[in-house]
Design a protein around this ligand. Structure first.
Ligand SMILES: [Fe+2]
Length: 387
């Protein structure tokens, strides 16, 4: 518990409070449109109140009267400036109020790292970008580690390798991401290790321009040995044409954007949903859902932590459970029914996703501010029923 003298908390502390299920009030003072676009959420519920900052300035008494008493108040804004002012006002009026350091920008760039305890033949780490629902992985055998779908904050991965004492020997992207900027090409270059992706994803699907990044080819049946472990590549086009899944030691399935814990990856982010949905069906039903039910599925995203998060803060499940829990996606009677279901359940297509694919192909180089703007909000890589 924070004491009355504490005036700020970090995003890591907020994450821990949510994970522990603590009772607190989140006071969001951003504008209406910012609030609607992206909220702080977590596995456990907490109360959120939205009162824009300008209302505190215009009518402080009225605004303060709308803040319920009796709980610690965590105040958040975009960058941590106006929330600092509001937290100050509340403290002067007797509230136990703290400012979230760095605001939504810091929350968006915060990572939780967990080791998957039930996996023992390799060391498996899930690197969770909590606010966006992006999941990356490090898999380590005999001191040799591979990364799958690392995000652009590459220090997360180099710090982990240093902390846990392994050497990163290769980097894989399951596909050309549309929702976030990959850290793969940059990190591979810095470390002098190979970066792998499927060549079909090295052509921007809207621009039809080839990628300028350096990469090595993945293909169906590709294998890679690291330490005593083996990774096998399975080509599963549908979300993208070059979408790959990776099966490590015949047991751990990194599905990228195909099978999620809740729902399934959408087929339309390349602008060709009609054409790609039937391909998606073939990949899922002929290549992935035929694997043993005890296979552990590690996806590239979650959509809703309260539905998909495990008590230890990780996100994965067995293939058998996923099939049972998502009958419309994974027990579809026919290709036609599946295609119709998918195309009638598409969420909005965020316009910035076209640019993010350009960045991941090396066709556009953003500065930090632009990168942050492109990555605002949660991923929307699954069908609408996941959110
Ligand atoms: Fe995605």
């Amino acid at each position: 518990m924070a004491t009355l003298t504490k005036t700020t908390i970090s995003v890591a502390e907020l994450d821990e409070m949510i994970e522990r299920g603590e009772s607190f009030l989140l006071l969001d003072v951003r504008n209406q449109d910012e609030f609607e676009r992206w909220k702080i959420e977590g596995r456990n519920p907490f109360e959120t109140v939205h009162i824009p900052y300008f209302q505190f300035i215009e009518d402080e008494d009225k605004s303060v009267s709308r803040v319920p008493k009796g709980k610690q108040v965590v105040v958040v804004c975009a960058k941590g400036g106006s929330s600092e002012y509001v937290a100050d006002v509340l403290r002067q009026r007797g509230y136990d109020a703290v400012n979230l350091e760095g605001g939504m920008i810091a929350w968006g760039n915060y990572y939780r790292v967990r080791r998957i305890e039930e996996v023992t033949d390799v060391a498996l780490y899930q690197i969770i970008r909590v606010a966006r629902g992006d999941l990356a992985y490090a898999v380590v055998s005999n001191g040799e580690g591979i990364l799958i779908d690392p995000t652009r904050h590459t220090e997360q991965y180099t710090n982990l390798a240093e902390r846990e004492g392994f050497k990163i020997v290769a980097i894989f992207d399951t596909h050309a991401h549309a929702d976030h900027i990959s850290g793969g090409p940059k990190l591979a270059k810095a470390l002098g290790v190979p970066y792998f992706m499927h060549p079909y994803d090295a052509i921007h699907p809207i621009d039809m321009l080839p990628a300028t990044i350096e990469y090595e080819y993945l293909k169906d049946g590709f294998t890679f040995q690291f330490g005593n472990a083996t990774l096998k590549g399975i080509h599963v086009p549908g979300h993208t044409l070059g979408n790959m899944a990776f099966l490590v030691n015949d047991r751990y399935l990194f599905t990228g954007d195909s099978i999620f814990i809740v729902s399934v990856a959408r087929p339309d982010l390349g602008g060709r949903g009609q054409e790609w949905a039937p391909i998606h069906y073939e990949s899922l039903y002929k290549k992935l859902l035929v694997l043993p039910d005890e296979t552990l599925v590690f996806p590239a995203h979650f959509a809703t932590a309260s539905r998909e998060g495990r008590p230890d803060g990780t996100f994965y499940d067995t293939l058998g459970n996923i099939k049972r829990n998502n009958p419309r996606e994974y027990q579809s009677p026919s290709k036609e029914a599946f295609v119709e279901f998918m195309l009638s359940t598409l969420p909005v297509f965020p316009p910035q996703y076209v640019d993010i694919k350009r960045v991941n192909a090396g066709l556009l180089v953003p500065d930090e501010e632009k990168a942050q703007e492109l990555e605002l909000g949660k991923n929307v890589c699954a069908l609408a029923d996941a959110y």
